[in-house]
Design a protein around this ligand. Structure first.
Ligand code: ZN
Length: 632
């Protein structure tokens, strides 16, 4: 690593003022220096599985008396880079602070400084996943994609790895295969022909003029093709999957954008595109600006899982334009995003029944997360204490669903007309900024200060309980119209399982003929939550064949069916579960399936994990390893 302090004074964004360090998950002294522009000059080397190049950080001098810039890195002190003012030991889980002392000749009052740092990733880089051709769908070319949320950008390049710092970005990325990055494309250029039989390379360039945090840095490169899915939207995926992906998204994408624009304000990032990743992608989606990265489980051939797109699109406002100031305030990203996602769903279906139905599914996910941590656990708080903690360990449905319930509570408390005036105000006030829960509260109280009725209602909000009490929030009075059908059918299966005399129920395919896949999800989750798990293995087999669950291609549905089967000790689902765990690396499915499989058939679970270790993303792999330890 070579550090070259330079004094090019390039101010790309407005002056920031002296500020507090309110993010406990960074080692950077961002109260004294703040990054205003980041240029990444990288070459993708698929053979060496290495990203190599130079990152140029332009930092604004906030303190005017600080001779040292401290950046986040995950570099280990025992490698060759140690001589470059790297701390002698790692500070777990945050990595190694890189302290750069400015040369004596640098003017301490200079407004900006640019650091150029040569970097080369190692196999320990937790932000990148390198896929061999065998791990991709057509098995012809290698693939790379990044996932920097929450604190993995520091493993790619030294930076101020906190969502409380936002910078504009320039991406110059050389690769033999097409590249996408989280900016607007400015064209591939500068072809360099092959050497020794290898393919030639192009320099793919992108620019992001809206300041964004380091965790939104993203790149992907592989055998990807594109097709239009709307007037300002394109889908990118493997050539073989392109037609199916286009069909999945082309009906809804533009309608979703317009629905969100009506609730907040016009879309800011020019184009909205979707990159459908190979199956080992650990998340449902990642809201990388301009290009949402999405799991291939969204493409289920029935347009039943497009709500993931409504979710990632909503992050264009909540998270990407208005970012949580630290991961302790993650609910401001995810709670708002769930809220907007469900407003989109309601608008597109023309009924609030559909958003409440989605919220009921969310409440179940909240119950699962709280059960997993325990009701008193710090991570079940809306604002958890993450000092000394790895934000990945706190990841769960809590910030999503408790955050959603909090915002839904305000909508019902104030009435939707008043609340809808606050939404664009909030997103305007903090546009291109980072925000914490206390600023949210102050802005809300201030907005309604002159409305006596609203102000009185807000006075009665118990903020401390909402912010800091662990466990469940008050359960809202959801519209259960769509869910009631699912519960009624679940009751019949329960009666059948308990051999109740009054049950003359004969299951038939007609029972679910008119249902959406998500209604089957709610039906299955209802049965999962029955005390003492009365459903027998025989009934699981009957349900699988009668309703076609056992052969469903919809992973949302089939994973719930397998989970119920595992809970019911139906051995017929053990092997299919193991097979699914070799095809899908999305943690939402991997986590509950491994948890159940470990309890039912530890040997099979262990073998399945060993066989698929390299298939999983490092974050997912670590999560599964922890499950094995926990149930050891
Ligand atoms: Zn999200």
């Amino acid at each position: 690593m070579v550090i070259r302090p330079a004094s090019e004074s390039v101010a790309k964004t407005g002056a920031a003022s002296m500020r507090q360090r309110r993010d406990p998950n960074t080692l950077a002294n961002y109260d004294q220096w703040t990054t205003t522009h980041t240029t990444t000059d990288f070459t993708i080397d698929f053979d060496a599985k290495r990203l190599k190049g130079t990152v140029h950080l332009t930092l604004e001098n906030l303190a005017k008396d600080s001779r040292q810039i401290i950046l986040d890195t995950s570099v280990r002190a025992n490698d060759e880079t140690a001589e470059y003012q790297l701390a002698a030991s790692r500070i777990e889980p945050y990595g190694t602070p890189l302290t750069i002392s400015l040369p004596a000749k640098t003017d301490p009052t200079a407004s900006h400084v640019t650091l150029s740092i040569d970097v080369a990733t190692t196999k320990d880089c937790t932000a990148l996943q390198w896929l061999t051709p065998a791990q991709t769908s057509n098995k012809k070319h290698p693939y790379i994609f990044s996932q920097c949320q929450a604190i993995h950008a520091r493993s790619l390049f030294p930076c101020q790895d906190t969502p409380d710092v936002k910078s504009t970005f320039t991406f110059n990325i050389r690769s033999p295969l097409p590249v996408l990055a989280s900016g607007l494309p400015t064209g591939p250029k500068d072809f360099q022909p092959s050497k020794d039989g290898k393919p030639g390379t192009l320099l793919y360039t992108f620019h992001q003029e809206i300041p964004m945090p380091s965790y939104l840095f993203a790149l992907a490169s592989g055998d990807i093709a594109s097709a239009s899915i709307g007037p300002r939207s394109t889908v990118w995926t493997g050539p073989e999957e392109l037609t199916a992906s286009q069909w999945e998204f082309e009906k809804d994408t533009e309608a979703y954008i317009q629905a969100a624009e009506k609730v907040v304000y016009p879309y800011a990032w020019t184009t909205y595109n979707v990159l459908v990743l190979p199956p080992s992608f650990p998340y449902g989606g990642m809201e990388n600006p301009v290009y949402t990265f999405a799991t291939p489980t969204v493409v289920s051939g029935d347009r039943q899982n497009v709500d993931v797109i409504a979710h990632e699109l909503s992050h264009s406002w909540s998270g990407n334009l208005v970012s949580n100031a630290s991961w302790e305030h993650f609910w401001l990203n995810e709670g708002w995003t769930e809220y907007l996602e469900r407003r989109i769903i309601a608008a597109v279906h023309g009924s609030d029944q559909y958003r409440d139905f989605s919220a009921i599914i969310g409440w179940k996910a909240l119950e699962d997360s709280i059960a997993q941590f325990g009701e008193d656990h710090n991570f079940t708080k809306l604002i958890p204490d993450l000092k000394g903690k790895d934000p990945d360990d706190a990841f769960s449905s809590v910030p999503y669903e408790k955050g959603f319930v909090f915002l839904y509570h305000f909508e019902k408390l104030l009435g939707i007309e008043k609340w809808d005036k606050f939404i664009p105000h909030y997103f305007t006030t903090f546009k291109q900024k980072s925000v914490d829960s206390y600023e949210f509260k102050a802005t809300l109280l201030d907005f309604f200060a002159n409305d006596a009725d609203a102000a009185k209602k807000l006075q009665n909000v118990d903020w401390d309980t909402w912010f800091y009490a662990p466990g469940f929030p008050p359960k809202p009075d959801f519209d259960t119209t769509l869910a009631d059908q699912c519960y009624a059918l679940a009751d019949k299966w329960q009666a059948l399982a308990e051999n109740r005399k009054e049950s003359d129920f004969k299951p038939s395919a007609k029972d679910i003929e008119s249902w959406t896949a998500n209604q089957s999800v709610v039906f299955l989750e209802r049965l999962q939550s029955l005390p003492d798990h009365p459903i027998t293995p025989e009934l699981i087999n009957l349900m699988g064949t009668t309703y076609g669950y056992e052969s469903s291609k919809n992973v949302e549905l089939v994973s719930r069916f397998y989970t119920l089967g595992l809970m019911s000790r139906a051995e017929s689902v053990y092997k299919p579960t193991a097979e699914l765990l070799g095809e899908v690396g999305r943690m939402k499915f991997v986590r509950p399936l491994y948890r159940q499989l470990i309890m039912r058939d530890r040997k099979l679970a262990g073998r399945t994990f060993e066989e698929n270790r390299d298939f999983y993303h490092p974050i997912c792999r670590g999560m599964v390893e922890k499950l094995f330890e926990k149930h050891g």
